[in-house]
Design a protein around this ligand. Structure first.
Ligand code: NAD
Ligand code: LMR
Length: 329
């Protein structure tokens, strides 16, 4: 049976994450080995030529699943009929920039992109925001897309989730594949909370296996939460291949579901669960079935976790209030 190609829009396509992402989308890792794709690459005008270079390389791979590539600096064209949108392009913080300036500059990107998604995307559109500050950029885009169901706007915390699994595997000597039910709560920022109290290592409770609260507080949590900064320090540029990999994981799971007995972490609009104010785009433990995610309910949140979740949610609330004041939502 010939399947209809899925339209995948990638913004910031000429950037470093774009370069690590596009080839994997085109080779079937995003949606599956039997799903053809059309790529739509959105860039700012000065970067169109570089995007064309990447498109030439994509052509040169002769990927059987890649049915077409369109490159544009017009968001209405890029999101026309989009089924999946990966919003990667964002305004990085530069020297002397205050947080308000950063939020305002990103508002200038995510507000019009949200409107273009609202006006042009397919009815089944799924949006993943990668560009930082990812949770709040997702909120801005969502607010400009009133006709799209709010839950279709998500922010990426899968990189944090993968980082946490890897650190836990290193500490315990377990295989990565033995670690399940890890959770990232809150913001994709240094306040995020990687929670192992409900995680399992080969079926055993991870916190009990580790049995070292000091390691948790002083090593594991800060290592995961500050990993982005450590990569920037080491590489002289922010994470790219691992971020692209996490974006692939996020969408693949959203489309194809979580494994039985496991869950993942996604930044999604809160329904008020776990005391997170409704509407904030915050990371939660989620299971996914038939293309729909649900927050894992009724987890016992101990005091250690509660204060860390609350701190990250407080930061998200402040970011939301700041963009509200700027008239972006
Ligand atoms: P980059 O600077 O290499 O590329 C960004 C690209 O976006 C550039 O090519 C730029 O021209 C383009 N761009 C800027 N404004 C645009 C617009 N309005 N429309 C379309 N394209 C636009 O950056 P990168 O390393 O690819 O990172 C992209 C973003 O992802 C950054 O904000 C980074 O902080 C973020 N990031 C997030 C995570 C996460 O886990 N959520 C992880 C790593 C990086
Ligand atoms: C990361 O977690 O690697 C990035 O979000 C860091 C950054 O600031 O781009």
């Amino acid at each position: 049976m010939t399947r209809t190609p899925v339209n995948v829009t990638v913004t910031g396509a000429a950037g470093q994450i774009g370069y690590a992402l596009l080839f994997r989308i085109a080779s079937g890792h995003l949606l599956g080995p039997d799903v053809p794709v059309n790529l739509r690459l959105l860039e700012i005008t000065p970067a169109l030529k570089a995007a064309e270079g990447t498109a030439m390389e994509l052509d040169d791979c002769a990927f059987p699943l890649l049915r077409g590539i369109e490159i544009t600096d017009d968001a209405n064209v890029a999101f026309d009929g989009a089924n999946v949108a990966l919003l990667v392009g964002a305004r990085p913080r530069t020297k002397g920039m205050e947080r308000g300036d950063l939020l305002s500059a990103n508002g200038g990107i995510f507000k019009p992109q949200g409107k273009a998604i609202n006006d042009n995307a397919a009815d089944d559109i799924k949006v993943l925001v990668v560009g930082n500050p990812a949770n709040t950029n997702a909120l801005i885009a969502q607010a400009s897309a009133p006709d799209v169901p709010a839950e279709r706007f998500t922010a990426m915390t899968r990189l944090d989730h993968n980082r946490a699994i890897s650190q836990l595997a290193k500490k315990t000597g377990a295989a990565v594949s033995d670690i399940k039910r890890l959770t990232i709560w809150g913001n994709h920022s240094a306040t995020q909370y990687p929670d192992i109290f409900h995680a399992e290592i080969a079926g055993k409770n991870a916190a009990e296996v580790v049995a070292d609260e000091q390691w948790l507080a002083d090593a594991f949590i800060p290592t995961v939460a500050k990993r982005g900064a450590a990569i920037i320090e080491a590489r002289g540029a922010s994470s790219a291949a691992s971020a692209a990999n996490a974006a692939i994981d996020h969408v693949h799971t959203w489309v194809n579901g979580t494994a039985e007995g496991d869950w993942t972490s996604m930044g999604i609009p809160s329904d008020g669960s776990y005391g997170v104010p409704e509407g904030l785009i915050s990371s939660f433990p989620v299971t996914v079935k038939d293309g729909k995610y649900s927050i894992v309910q009724d987890l016992d949140i101990n005091e250690f976790s509660r204060k860390r979740i609350d701190a990250s949610v407080k930061e998200l609330t402040e970011e939301r209030d700041a963009v509200r004041e700027l008239g972006l939502i």
